[in-house]
Design a protein around this ligand. Structure first.
Ligand code: FES
Ligand code: FES
Length: 219
């Protein structure tokens, strides 16, 4: 057997470039490559394995084909390829470049990924992008005014020195914006309840509370 392998290796090495002996193993097409990248944000590490898989192994990829959707994000129509199981936070961050939306727990507990869907605060890690095709999606980037000015809630957060590390801040702000839209004169208890789904590892809860009350007073 070893002799056969040696003979085979010798034939490959001695064959001129372009000779059939140099024919590569099944090579991925560009379409396969794009599907793989969409299927995994960290496709690079697994790409070799994925693309050299036999057709039988690769078949499920067909069932995960992305669909082109049009989303309404921050007042703009955005066209994006979306996988069936893709969450909104993944689409926003990795495909639309809206990285102001953070990922903390990634399963609906910390509020770092909060965005607005038709002005209602939701955890975007727990929403499938396909489900929000009809919704108006607002991320932290979308609060900016037409001339780049900050939203009054953002200004109040700065005035109260609310953010510490800042990781939870976009989610806190969007929860506050959602609250003040429906309850512009929210009481401290109402603010606390509205922001109770937004965890802050820095413990800046009192700063955030004062900031939202400041914004409410500014209405
Ligand atoms: S990242 Fe979505 S709730 Fe924590
Ligand atoms: S400011 Fe650091 S997690 Fe909230």
């Amino acid at each position: 057997m070893t002799g056969d392998r040696d003979e085979s290796a010798r034939r490959v090495m001695e064959a001129p470039v372009g000779h059939p002996e140099h024919a590569p193993m099944a090579r991925p097409s560009r379409r396969d490559l794009i599907k793989g990248v969409i299927a995994s944000g960290a496709a690079a590490s697994g790409a070799g394995t994925l693309f050299r898989a036999s057709p039988a192994v690769a078949a499920p990829l067909g069932q995960l084909a992305a669909r082109l959707l049009t989303l309404t994000v921050n007042g703009q129509k955005r066209r994006v390829d979306v996988l069936p199981q893709e969450t909104l936070v993944e689409t926003l961050r990795t495909k639309l470049g809206l990285t102001g939306t953070k990922i903390g727990c990634n399963h609906g507990e910390c509020g770092a990924c909060t965005v607005l869907l038709d002005d209602v605060a939701v955890c975007s890690c727990s929403v499938l992008t396909h489900r929000v095709r009809e919704a108006r999606i607002t991320t932290i980037e979308g609060l900016e005014g037409p001339n780049g000015e900050l939203h009054k809630v953002q200004k109040a957060f700065i005035a109260e020195l609310a953010p510490q590390c800042g990781f939870c801040t976009p989610g806190q702000i969007l929860s506050a914006v959602a609250l003040l839209k429906v309850n512009p004169k929210a009481t401290p208890a109402e603010v606390q309840r509205a922001l109770s789904g937004n965890l802050c590892r820095c413990g800046a809860y009192n700063h955030y509370l004062r900031a939202v009350l400041r914004a409410a007073a500014d209405v």
